[in-house]
Design a protein around this ligand. Structure first.
Ligand code: ADP
Ligand code: MG
Length: 334
């Protein structure tokens, strides 16, 4: 099992150009790659806090660089049969969806379309190199966890059962969603069509509930099956865009938002407790206390996990940024 924890600082947006950047990337020694995030102490601006990560990407980092450095190296492991999980953690507005999904323009595409593109390319190469003796199949599932309930995003919102889908622990140690649909995908075009449709389902369902999609965790699961004669090798890549980690108690929420934020805060709180328990070496990890942590099973599987902490450099995010830095920098000790 390996967990990499990296941070990515987003640039100022056009409407923010008059604001100060209070968060910066730094290196331990000049000339070394950035591994530290520096941020002022909100109680004493003269003092600076530092948090250490495996890598820190500053505001000038392109989508391509992030993918090439943090995700592409694990494509090989995935094809060797290891499970790979990439998840984005951070406050709403810090760039989680930009990092995972990205924009429509080629250069703006995020981790997910690039991952799929890499999987299809490698799969085709294997089939070609083995003269068709090995077949590679890709199947997708896409779902969200909202208020601790699991909903299939490949199904239209009308088909949602209010109680959501149940989870089950498999003998392999994986936790699976019972009844989740799976669509086979032949190429990137196939994938894009499904993905766009599913994201529309996500927004429609959220609108009906008078909510916002940043309040749910979105999980894309890519199942890879490689078959050579009788031998079948199965592995999964999961890409997760977590709900915003901000503390909603500080904002002026209506009643519905409060129920929601209790569930969101709870699953993210359980995640931070799991991170602490694992980094302390505890035997008892409270995974079972939320569906998101059961599915994420951080440190439980023998695969590879990359946690991307997204950060906005603005002062208006100061306290939430500090709390997200605290949680994720502890994850580095896993
Ligand atoms: P989140 O999903 O964490 O709420 P978003 O991904 O929606 O945040 O990002 C918030 C805004 O910042 C969006 O307008 C997005 O396009 C922009 N943004 C985020 N990261 C970057 C980046 N690295 N480069 C340019 N724009 C970014
Ligand atoms: Mg988002």
């Amino acid at each position: 099992m390996s967990v990499r924890v990296v941070a990515r600082i987003r640039p100022l947006l056009d409407k923010e150009l008059d604001k100060d950047m209070i968060v910066r990337a730094d290196s331990i020694e000049p000339g070394k790659p950035n591994t530290m995030v520096k941020i002022p102490n909100p109680r004493n601006e003269g003092e600076e806090f530092s948090f250490t990560f495996n890598s820190v990407y500053d505001q000038s980092t392109s989508q391509e660089t992030l993918f090439t450095s943090e995700v592409a190296p694990y494509l090989k492991s995935l094809f060797q049969g290891l499970d790979v999980t990439i998840f984005a953690y951070g406050v709403t507005g810090t760039g989680k969806t930009h990092t995972m999904r990205g924009g429509m323009k080629l250069a703006d595409r995020g981790v997910i379309p690039r991952l799929l593109s890499g999987v299809f390319r490698r799969g085709k190469k294997i089939m070609k190199d083995t003269g068709g003796e090995t077949t590679v199949e890709v199947a997708l599932s896409y779902y969200e966890i909202y208020n601790d309930k699991v909903y299939d995003l490949l199904e239209p919102p009308e088909k949602r059962t209010p109680t959501g889908l149940p989870l089950r622990a498999e003998a392999s140690g994986r936790t699976v969603v019972v009844g989740l649909s799976e669509r086979s995908c032949a190429d990137l075009k196939d994938f894009e069509k499904l993905y766009i449709e599913a994201n529309t389902n996500r927004v429609t369902a959220a609108t009906k509930l008078n909510a916002h999609s940043s309040r749910s965790h979105a999980i894309l699961r890519v199942k890879l099956t490689q078959t050579t004669g009788d031998m079948v090798r199965e592995s999964t890549a999961s890409a997760i865009d977590l709900a915003g980690s901000e503390d909603n108690r500080r904002t002026d929420n209506g009643k519905e938002r409060l129920v929601e934020s209790a569930a969101i805060n709870k699953s993210l709180f359980v995640l931070s407790q799991c991170i602490d328990a694992i980094s302390r070496g505890d035997k008892r990890i409270p995974y079972r206390e939320s569906k998101m942590t059961r599915i994420l099973s951080l440190g439980q599987n023998n695969g590879i996990t990359v946690m991307i902490l997204n950060l906005a450099p603005l002062r208006s995010y100061h306290l939430d940024t500090l709390s997200s830095l605290n949680v994720s920098s502890r994850a580095k000790r896993i």
